[in-house]
Design a protein around this ligand. Structure first.
Ligand code: ADP
Length: 451
């Protein structure tokens, strides 16, 4: 097992990784920016190293500073969390070259899945169905050729960035006359956000569900899935509320698709934890959209229903240990729902940074809160707006819903605006209660309100 692990992240995920390391008796090193001197991850790690000013580019994305911190503190492994450098193949490669174990898949697989057009090809070859779409469209592609490829894909379509993530660099195109403009804006957004203006096209599915499979693979050839998560409740193509299992997936589909996913992932030589994302159309047909090669924000719902600590498994697998259970040992028990509590206006979603003047997290049966917040803590405008993840686990979906409702009522966060009022509305809505979900759920409830 590792002698010491450095956590190249901040916020609740850094704390979550510290929890896993403590349970495995592995000392930890936190890295922090000047703005995070008083953060809980800085306080609870065994050692902490300041790596730069508040701006992420100069701290949490600063590879030389992080590698230096790892060398000074003599760690043998780095956990990247999610976001920041978690899906940066160069960072994984630098770790590999410096003899530091990157707690995640190999840089080669990160690189392959990080290019969404190549990832589509690889997963198609590995046997997964794709949303109809094009291959990569180069930055200098002739507009006539783009138009021809769009005709082949069919309208409506969605223009996406090959390096995309976080819902950025995407444009929906309903008719051919809007294609040129959409390609241009998607390209410049992708160039700004990811430094790569390459695009691809996909048929735009109407009111699909976003359903993803959690996978775990060791370095001894064992690959399995931990069931699915329903992530259809989104704002601006970003997830807001997730649950496991999905109310729209039968036991047969879970078993069949889950096994297909595990074998596809084995085919591409994947190791560690990862997520394979699908869109399900209203008829129940499913299509691969992308793979995330890291731990995800919504992993706790899977942990609650499987009883498996995914972060501990990531660490064990990265240390070369074989998985200690097989597919048949994975049992889905009850139901779990997660609400992302963001420091945002619940109507416009504009960020609401500031001082948390009062904070009390709910408890009681079946409730888990992953958070870095406390009374007196400052939500910095420099970072992601997520303040807490509120997770409820119940014997069935009905109990999970009652638990998350009462926990939302008992969550005290003062001084900043949060998405709690919106979550209250979502979990009381009859469509949510009955499991009638799609990625347009939030837009539809906004229209109902106006109407
Ligand atoms: P990102 O990596 O930026 O999160 P994804 O490819 O995972 O991008 O898509 C994010 C969300 O965008 C999906 O959950 C879905 O709501 C929407 N979306 C993506 N592709 C399609 C599509 N082909 N048809 C309809 N909606 C889509």
């Amino acid at each position: 097992m590792f002698k010491k692990v450095l956590i190249a992240n901040r916020g609740e995920i850094a704390l979550r990784i510290i929890c896993a390391c403590k349970e495995l008796d592995i000392p930890t090193v936190a890295v922090y920016s000047e703005a995070d001197r008083h953060s809980l991850h800085t306080r609870f790690a065994d050692e902490a190293v300041c790596i730069g000013p508040a701006r992420s580019r100069e701290s949490y994305l600063n590879i030389p500073a992080i590698i230096s911190a790892a060398e000074i503190t003599n760690v043998d492994a780095i956990h990247p969390g999610y976001g920041y450098l978690a899906e940066n193949a160069d960072f994984a490669e630098v770790c590999e070259t410096c003899g530091l174990q990157f707690i995640g898949p190999s840089s080669k697989v990160i690189d392959l899945m990080g290019d969404k057009a190549r990832a589509r090809e690889a997963m198609k070859e590995a046997g997964l169905p794709l949303v109809p779409g094009s291959g990569m469209i180069a930055t200098d592609a002739d507009p006539k050729e783009v138009a021809a490829r769009a005709e082949e894909v069919g309208y409506p379509l969605i223009v996406k960035a090959v390096a995309g993530g976080g819902g950025r660099g995407m444009r929906i195109v309903k008719t051919p006359d809007k294609l040129g403009g959409a390609v241009e804006t998607a390209r410049s957004e992708a160039e700004n956000a990811f430094g790569n203006g390459e695009l691809y096209l996909e048929r735009y599915l109407i009111d699909p569900r976003h359903i993803e499979f959690q996978v775990l693979a060791d370095t001894h050839g064992n690959t399995l899935h931990l069931g699915e998560r329903e992530c259809s409740i989104q704002r601006r193509h970003q997830k807001l509320l997730e649950e496991s299992p999905s109310p729209g997936v039968s036991a047969e589909v879970r078993d069949q698709l889950g096994r297909r996913v595990a074998s596809a992932v084995a085919e591409i030589g994947y190791t560690n934890a990862g997520t394979v994302e699908f869109l399900f159309d209203q008829q129940g047909n499913y299509y691969f959209i992308e793979m995330n090669t890291r731990i995800q924000v919504e992993h706790p719902v899977t942990e609650m229903v499987t009883g498996i600590d995914i972060i501990k498994e990531q660490i064990r697998v990265a240390a070369g240990q074989p998985l200690r259970f097989s597919q048949d040992d994975v049992v889905i028990s009850g139901h779990a729902i997660e609400c992302r509590i963001n420091a945002e206006c619940p109507v416009s979603f504009t960020p609401s940074p500031g001082d948390i003047t009062a904070y009390h997290a709910p408890g009681g049966p079946g409730i888990r809160v992953d958070s870095m917040a406390y009374t007196g803590n400052v939500v910095s405008p420099h970072y992601d707006s997520m303040v807490a993840k509120l997770v409820a686990h119940g014997g069935d979906r009905h109990e999970a819903i009652s638990r998350i409702r009462r926990a939302l009522d008992m969550f005290v966060i003062e001084g900043i605006k949060t998405t709690i009022p919106l979550h209250r509305k979502i979990v009381s809505h009859p469509d949510f209660v009955e499991g009638r979900l799609s990625t347009s759920f939030l837009e539809q409830i906004a229209i109902e309100k106006k109407g």
